[in-house]
Design a protein around this ligand. Structure first.
Ligand SMILES: *[C@@H]1O[C@H](CO)[C@@H](O)[C@H](O)[C@H]1NC(C)=O
Length: 137
């Protein structure tokens, strides 16, 4: 019995998709509390589950509107065990050239994944795929 080439290619595609979902980049996150105006959307509010991108991610604003799944992975300071164990998908709405972390999360988003008393945490973040965006809406 032979498996046809198209089925093999389909399986490879599924595996590649799974990898792109799983691959996450390590970084750090801080939080902020004043959401409007934003660099991406001006005075139009975008809700509270949002984030600002640091310079290395900003890319002249190309990152605006993209969504990232952010997971707390550990402390950066003496506040022990800051992570809640939850993840959150945030939308990039702003630019944060001097916040000192990779992502500056809204306080609501930060509080979902970590104790805000920690202020700064280690994170893993991964851009959510179109497939996941549709699946979660
Ligand atoms: C976000 O990442 C976490 C940890 O990898 C994972 O368990 C969760 O399913 C992801 N959520 C989404 C919506 O991708």
């Amino acid at each position: 019995m032979t498996i046809s080439k198209s089925i093999l290619l389909l399986l490879l595609g599924v595996v590649a998709t799974l990898f792109s979902i799983v691959l996450a980049t390590p970084g750090t996150a801080t939080f902020y509390t004043s959401y409007v105006p934003s660099a991406c959307y001006g005075s139009t509010p975008q809700g509270a589950i949002i984030a600002a991108a640091s310079d290395p991610l900003w890319a002249g604003g190309k990152i605006c509107g993209k969504t990232f799944n952010v997971t707390c992975t550990g402390p950066t300071n003496p506040v022990p065990h800051p992570c809640t164990g939850r993840s959150i998908v945030v939308k990039i709405v702003d630019h944060c050239p001097s916040c000192g972390g990779t992502l500056d999360l809204s306080k609501e988003a930060f509080s979902t994944i970590a104790n805000p008393v920690a202020g700064v945490i280690k994170i893993d973040y991964a851009q959510t795929s179109r497939y996941l965006k549709h699946a979660s809406l």
